[in-house]
Design a protein around this ligand. Structure first.
Ligand code: ATP
Ligand code: PMV
Length: 497
């Protein structure tokens, strides 16, 4: 029996570039979150399970899906659903990754190895960090206030007393992280790629995992989105420019057929996405909050895209302006990292100062050396963030009365947050709506932030707001894990409901 193969992939927050990133002309700024999805692949232990795959999500009631793999005499592989309960995302992840694995020469060299890997059948557990699902009800049940400190008291991978279809998601990109973790773990388990290759950010192994997850995610969703969520799950925080969506036209018609061959998933210039690694500047903390109901992203997207087609002149003008602010945000954040690299102590003293006074007073002290320029850069970050919000609200108004990209309730909440000492900027992530908010706050001392506490205090006045525990992940995307080294993972995997 071989040991578990475990891969985790991070969730995401698109802090700039919502809608625009659907167009290859524009770039989105996506931060990958410390909250991750885990895929744990083990051999099955019962006899007679050859070629059978069980996929389980032990956090949910009744979330088990069974699959059968067939290998024809001429080596053609197929996967079929063998249980009544279905999960399209999981099914296509297994089907296309296994077909791909059977076609690619593995490091072991042959279809023999493919058969041997399935000899005992496979058990695949998928688990998401608590942040992917709203923990508001859990905190109430535990009589805890909605704070980041309270979230740390909830059991890792805690169970949800609902079906998967009914769970309140927080918009962190569960399906992209799920697909990325399963696809990568399968590619490793079937030795299509090696752990050493996968650990390198620029390797073909990682690109193959990306391209495969990207296609499967599109296929399961029935549409080709921008793919920023899958790219962040694979490569980590980045400036993302999408791939040409027509690349997947043939594959989207039906998977692996002569017209649309999975060979297309091999890395190469035909995959023209551009990912530029990004990292938030030091001593800043990304803060996320879940805001009640959640909004309907597909319907917002279709309305915005229809408007862009019908009112192309006004839309193009507005998108050009939004893009300027998006790029300004990314550039100023990049410059802050450079300031830190040049003089960490001046940078730290500026952050400390900004955490103690409101933004109107940030420039009100002489400071020393470069400090005023550092503070000015922070003010430019703040201005870019505010411009983006203003322009996104404007876009909502131009698209139509019922298109609330930054709804009034979120405006009130964000305005109040941004007024707090130490809060640099914030906004509605991704497509906007009622899902969530993000903030960037000063954290001059490791692990504690007065600004975060001030914001949490403020949120007591907004009962629909509940913080998430995620911060920025610096792990650069998907990674191989040890089952026993992720707190609570082994227990969660063993759980049978
Ligand atoms: N824990 C899980 N186990 C198995 N399948 C899951 C799990 N979480 C999500 N999925 C699959 O992903 C699908 C969710 O897709 P959907 O597009 O609603 O998510 P999303 O938009 O990525 O969510 P988010 O709000 O986190 O961004 C589900 O229908 C299910 O098939
Ligand atoms: C509107 C869009 O640009 C972003 C949607 O982001 P989110 O799922 O709301 O985080 C769609 C996309 O990029 O596929």
């Amino acid at each position: 029996m071989s040991s578990a193969v475990v891969v985790s992939a991070p969730g995401k927050v698109l802090i700039a570039g919502g809608y625009l990133v659907l167009d290859q002309k524009f770039t989105g700024l996506v931060i990958s979150a410390s909250s991750r999805f885990y895929a744990v692949i083990q051999d099955r232990r019962e006899p007679g399970e050859a070629n059978q795959i069980l996929v389980r999500s032990p956090q949910f009631i009744g979330a088990e899906w069974r699959y059968s793999v067939t290998i024809s005499r001429d080596g053609k592989v197929d996967v079929s659903e063998a249980s009544e309960s279905k999960n399209k995302f999981v099914y296509y992840a297994l089907k296309y990754t296994l077909i791909l694995a059977s076609q690619k020469p593995s490091s072991e060299g042959s279809l023999q190895w493919f058969r041997a890997t399935l000899e005992h059948g496979l058990d695949i557990a998928t688990l998401g960090d608590n942040d992917f699902y709203s923990q508001r009800a859990k905190l109430q049940e535990m009589n805890l206030p909605p704070t980041v400190a309270s979230l740390a008291r909830i059991t890792p991978f805690c169970t949800q007393d609902v079906d998967l279809a009914e769970v309140n998601k927080t918009g962190m990109g569960s399906s992209a992280a799920l697909i990325t973790s399963i696809v990568s773990a399968l590619l490793l388990r079937f030795k299509v790629i090696t752990q050493e290759e996968f650990s390198r950010p620029d390797s073909d192994a990682r690109k193959l995992a990306h391209n495969t997850a990207q296609f499967i995610h599109c296929f399961a969703q029935g549409k080709v989105g921008s793919g920023f969520d899958v790219s962040a799950a694979v490569f980590g925080s980045q400036l993302y420019t999408r791939f040409d969506p027509t690349l997947l036209d043939d594959l989207m018609k039906g998977g692996d057929t002569p017209s649309g061959s999975l060979r297309l998933l091999s890395p190469g210039e035909h995959w023209d996405y551009v990912t530029k690694p990004f990292q938030l500047p030091p001593l800043l903390r990304l803060v996320l909050a879940d805001v009640s109901a959640g909004s309907n992203t597909p319907s917002l997207v279709s309305k915005v895209l229809r408007w862009r087609k019908e009112k192309s002149e006004e839309a193009n003008k507005l998108w050009a302006e939004i893009d300027r602010s998006n790029q300004a945000l990314a550039t100023c954040l990049g410059r802050l990292s450079e300031f830190h690299a040049k003089d960490a102590s001046v940078y730290a003293s500026a952050v400390k100062h900004m955490s103690c006074v409101p933004s109107s007073e940030w420039l009100n002290r002489a400071g020393s050396g470069d400090e005023p320029s550092v503070v000015q850069e922070f003010l430019d970050v703040r201005k870019a963030g505010e411009n983006i919000r203003e322009l996104m609200r404007q876009m909502g108004r131009q698209v139509g009365e019922d298109v609330h990209i930054e709804p009034d309730a979120q405006t009130e909440l964000l305005d109040a947050c941004i007024e707090q000492k130490g809060v640099i900027c914030g906004g509605v992530p991704g497509a906007g709506g009622f899902d969530a908010i993000w903030l960037l706050v000063a954290q001059p001392n490791d692990n504690t932030s007065e600004a975060l506490h001030a914001v949490e205090k403020l949120w007591e006045r907004f009962p629909s707001v509940s913080p998430l525990s995620a911060t920025e992940s610096r792990d650069k995307g998907a990674k191989v894990e040890e089952l026993d080294e992720v707190t609570g993972l082994n227990d969660a995997v063993k759980l049978r409901r």
